[in-house]
Structure formats: structure tokens, C-alpha cells
Design a protein around this ligand. Structure first.
Ligand code: NAD
Length: 498
């Protein structure tokens, strides 16, 4: 029996796609095709944008507190269905259920942030900037916004975007990853149940055809993208050329610097979670460990011991610590990276290719390389899989220089007991999100999330205050109200003071 093709979600309705194109969605734990993602055509993207344009005047005119109340109800619905959503995430992505639930929770926190929108949209007021003249600023929605999201966080990354965008009074077209389309469609249904007017959020699963249609559509005012660096750069350049505002978050190669004074056990545990959690398919995963000075050998030994003990299996199974990777093709790519690392002379401490799990699932065991140098491809390229590479540095200064030479700048962490070392690291490191004894320093929703250098094209980060800035345009009003009666007019013309 062939797998069912999912619908599009346009103007509050499920609609079958007429594009005639679709892609396989796998359960990575079994390797089976469980459903198909429609590949929306340019015309279908146009229909979604038209629905968003039609909904815009009414939604924009809805008072922010009422928009916030829809999000409050949505928050309760997502909370109540957290398990169902986590199962959907795990089923299409492969990550473990606790991990999937955690990612839904992080998305929920952005919804909670967005419910504060009446406060967040408040402008500033200055009285008497000139005689009889006041000045105030407001923030207004930008119009129809679009979000293009990656496979690795099917709930969280879309929820970085649309709650803030619609809270600000915009309408939205979401193009989720074709590998994990179901969660976005489910979230759209829940928003409708929460009272969101039809057309305010539309979902068009698709591939590059849908992306190009969004980037070219004159009705789209702003584009948020999260994905790999080459596509982020393309989205940034194309959207900007077409006059849209754009924030495009790209790939990563996150380093953890471990100083000799670090608590070895704490650091090793944190690195195992950050390197192999979610099978290393997180943009904030640690993939390069920089061992400073004398700690290197002991650290590698602890990492190997702990990585070897990780329980790998289906993400839905209790007790499993690491699930499969997302597709067979992605597993092949990672295997290729491991082979290249061996060929380039890195020391393979633990080989994930050796793991054998019966069945057709896309499993790969934890891999650990030591004695890696910056020239090697396993260091230079983003692997986005369950692998850690360890480099050695003689001093903190050398470690900082190494991290700063890397073209990516998403997240980084330092493990140390020294406040002075942590402070120096924090000041000198050229990375957008920094952890001190925290391996995955994802900012909470009330701050903004984003990297530097090749990890972000554009300037505003997502959610938090910068998310509000991205989804609104500032306007400054300078006003004078001429007096209506002679006496007060005279008081303006002939002031008694000054
Ligand atoms: P990807 O770049 O392959 O896909 C991202 C989106 O772009 C998807 O919706 C996809 O359909 C679309 N796309 C893919 N190829 C395209 C093309 N040629 N033209 C136009 N659109 C295209 O990324 P992915 O594999 O889904 O996700 C993993 C990547 O995302 C990693 O590089 C990871 O680091 C990055 N990521 C970054 C962050 C961050 O915050 N910086 C967060 C999550 C993921």
C-alpha cells in the first residue's frame, strides 16, 4: 500500500496538493516510508500568500491583547498535546521521546514570550521636543512573513518564528522541511482550535520550488530561514535582492574548550549530551572539543568510555539515549566523513560504523576522533551526526584563536573553574552564543537566538526582543496640535517663560 500524501494547510483548510510532486517521509528507526510530503508548486505558494494577504487587515486590526489571548489558548493546547507532538517529532526525525518533548517545551517558551506582545509593542514618547511638539514611536507589523525551516527541530524552529510574527500582527506562510512535515501541520490545526482566524498561518510543505516561490513572491515582506549555510546564503541574497527583510540562520561547528582545571566528570558528561544527544543533529551540538594543556588524554579516555556506554535504538523506546539519524542518505554522508577522517590521519578512538542494529533503521553509533587538526575535513565540515573530534591546544589563548579562525560562529562553551579564564573567553570569542560550564547555551525565549559569521546572514536574531524587531517596522510620529481658541494660541505665540 502506498504511503498517504499529506495536505497543504491554506486559509484554515487542509487542501490536497495538485503539484503532482511529493517526497518520502521515513520513520528513521525502521527505515519505512510512513507518509509523503507534498511538494507545493509556485501556484500553491501563491495561494498561501493570497490567503495570508486576505487575512492581514483583520488580524492587524485585532488588538494585541486579543492576539495574545489566541496564543495563550494555543499554549494550553500544545501543553495538553505535548506527548502527541513529541511522538510525531520522534517518528519523523528519530530523536528520543524525552528529547522531542524538550524541543516542544522550548518552542512553548517562545509562545509564552509572544503572549507578552501588548507590552513588547509599546513605543516611546517624548514630550515637548519643540515648543508645542511631541514625538512618539510605534512598532507596526511588516505584512506577510514567511518561515523556511530545517529537519532537525520539527516543532521548535517553526515555533521560534510564527508565534512572534503573528503576535506582532503579521500573517505567515510556513514552509517546513520536507523530511518532517507533519508537526507543522498539526501546530496549524491547534492554532485554529485556539481561535486563530483562517489565513493567518498557512503551511506549504515543499522543496526548493516552494522556497524559490516564497523568495520571488512580491507579496512576502519578510523571510526567516533556518538551515545549512549554503542555502542560508542563497536565501539571504535572493530575498534581499527582492526587497524583503531577511534573517537566515546557517550551519555550525560548535567548539567546547576544556581547560586543565575543569571538573573532568562534569565536562565529559556535558560533552556526551551535547555531542551525541539527538544523534548530533542539533545546530547547537558540540562537534569539536578543544582540550587545553594536560587534560587531553584523560578527557579522551572519559569521553570514549561514556560514548561506548550510550544506548542506541529507536527513539520511542524507553531507556534509549540516542536514536537513528534522519535518512539513509545522511547516514552515508556521515560514514563518508568518518572514512575521510581516517584517511587524513586522525586517530579513530570509537567507530560508529561498527554498530549493528537489526532491521532497516538509519542507525549509526557514536564516533570519537582524537588528534584532529584544523586542516582535516572532519574538522572543517559540518557533520551534523553523532561524532566528536578532539583537537589539542597548549593554552587558552591558542584555543580562543582556533575557535575564532573557524568560519562558523553559532555556539561555543568553556569548561573551567577559573572566573578569569571564563571572563576572557566570553570577551574574546567571536561566537553568538557562549556557555560557561554549559555545553549547549541556547538562550531562553526572552533573549534572542543567533550566531555570528557563517552561522547567520542578516543582523537580527530570532525570538526575544530581536524577533519582535524583525517582525515589526518602527515608525516615529512628530505632532503639533494647534490651539483652537485665541487665548491658548496666544499662550503658544507669547510664552511667559523661556
Ligand atoms: P537544509 O539547508 O538542507 O534545508 C533547510 C530548508 O531549506 C528546508 O526547508 C529545505 O526544504 C530547504 N532547501 C534545501 N535545499 C534547498 C535548495 N537547494 N534551495 C532552496 N531551498 C532548499 O538544512 P537541513 O538539512 O534541513 O537542516 C540542517 C542544517 O540546518 C544544518 O546545517 C544545521 O546546522 C542547520 N540549523 C541551524 C540552526 C541555527 O540556529 N543556526 C538551527 C537548526 C538547524
Amino acid at each position: 500500500m502506498s504511503a498517504p500524501v499529506l495536505p497543504l494547510w491554506i486559509a484554515g483548510q487542509r487542501r490536497p496538493s495538485a503539484s503532482g510532486r511529493s517526497g518520502e517521509v521515513h520513520d528513521p528507526a525502521t527505515g519505512q516510508v510512513i507518509r509523503r510530503a507534498p511538494f507545493a508548486s509556485a501556484e500553491e505558494v501563491g495561494m498561501a500568500v493570497a490567503a495570508a494577504q486576505a487575512a492581514l487587515p483583520g488580524w492587524r486590526a485585532t488588538p494585541p491583547i486579543r492576539r495574545a489571548r489566541v496564543l495563550m489558548r494555543f499554549r494550553e493546547l500544545v501543553e495538553a498535546r505535548r506527548g502527541e507532538l513529541a511522538r510525531l517529532v520522534s517518528e519523523e526525525h528519530g530523536k528520543t521521546l524525552p528529547d522531542a518533548e524538550g524541543s516542544v517545551q522550548r518552542g512553548l517558551e517562545v509562545v509564552e514570550f509572544a503572549t507578552g506582545i501588548p507590552h513588547l509593542l509599546k513605543g516611546e514618547w517624548a514630550e515637548s521636543v519643540g515648543r508645542g511638539i511631541d514625538c512618539h514611536s510605534v512598532r507596526q507589523p511588516v505584512g506577510v512573513c514567511a518561515g523556511i525551516t530545517p529537519f532537525n527541530f520539527p516543532a521548535m524552529v517553526p515555533m521560534w518564528m510564527f508565534p512572534v510574527a503573528i503576535a506582532c500582527g503579521n500573517t505567515f506562510v510556513l514552509k517546513p522541511s520536507e523530511k518532517v512535515p507533519s508537526t507543522s501541520l498539526r501546530l496549524a490545526e491547534l492554532l485554529q482550535e485556539a481561535g486563530l482566524p483562517d489565513g493567518v498561518l498557512n503551511v506549504v510543505p515543499g522543496d526548493r520550488v516552494a522556497v524559490e516561490a516564497i523568495l520571488e513572491h512580491p507579496g512576502v515582506s519578510a523571510v526567516s530561514f533556518v538551515g545549512s549555510t549554503p542555502i542560508a546564503r542563497h536565501v539571504y541574497e535572493t530575498a534581499a535582492r527582492n526587497g524583503k527583510r531577511v534573517q537566515a540562520l546557517g550551519g555550525a561547528k560548535n567548539h567546547a574548550v576544556v581547560l586543565p582545571d575543569a571538573d573532568l566528570e562534569v565536562a565529559a558528561d556535558a560533552l556526551i549530551g551535547a555531542g551525541y544527544g539527538s544523534a548530533g543533529e542539533r545546530c547547537m551540538a558540540i562537534s569539536a572539543v578543544v582540550a587545553v594543556g594536560s587534560i587531553g588524554d584523560a578527557l579522551v579516555a572519559r569521553l570514549a568510555e561514556k560514548a561506548r556506554a550510550l544506548r542506541v535504538g529507536p527513539g520511542s523506546q524507553a531507556g534509549v539515549e540516542m536514536g537513528p539519524v534522519v535518512t539513509a542518505a545522511h547516514r552515508e554522508k556521515i560514514r563518508g566523513h568518518i572514512a575521510a577522517g581516517v584517511a587524513e590521519g586522525a586517530k579513530l578512538v570509537l567507530d560508529g560504523r561498527a554498530l549493528a542494529i537489526p532491521g532497516e533503521g538509519f542507525f549509526l553509533g557514536p564516533t570519537l576522533f582524537d588528534q584532529v587538526t584544523p586542516e582535516m575535513s572532519i574538522y572543517r565540515e559540518e557533520i551534523l551526526g553523532p561524532g566528536l573530534v578532539v583537537l589539542r591546544a597548549a593554552t587558552l589563548a591558542e584555543a580562543i584563536a582556533l575557535v575564532n579562525r573557524n568560519p562558523y560562529g553559532n555556539g561555543t562553551a568553556i569548561f573551567t573553574r577559573s572566573g578569569a579564564a571564563a571572563q576572557r573567553f566570553e570577551q574574546e570569542i567571536e561566537v553568538g552564543m557562549v556557555g560557561v560550564n554549559v555545553a549547549i547555551p541556547v538562550p531562553v525565549a526572552f533573549f534572542s537566538f543567533g550566531g555570528w559569521k557563517q552561522s547567520l546572514f542578516g543582523d537580527l536574531h530570532v525570538h526575544g526582543p530581536e524577533g519582535v524587531a524583525f517582525y515589526t517596522r518602527g515608525k516615529v510620529v512628530t505632532s503639533r496640535w494647534p490651539a483652537t481658541d485665541e487665548e491658548s494660541r496666544a499662550s503658544l505665540v507669547m510664552p511667559t517663560h523661556g
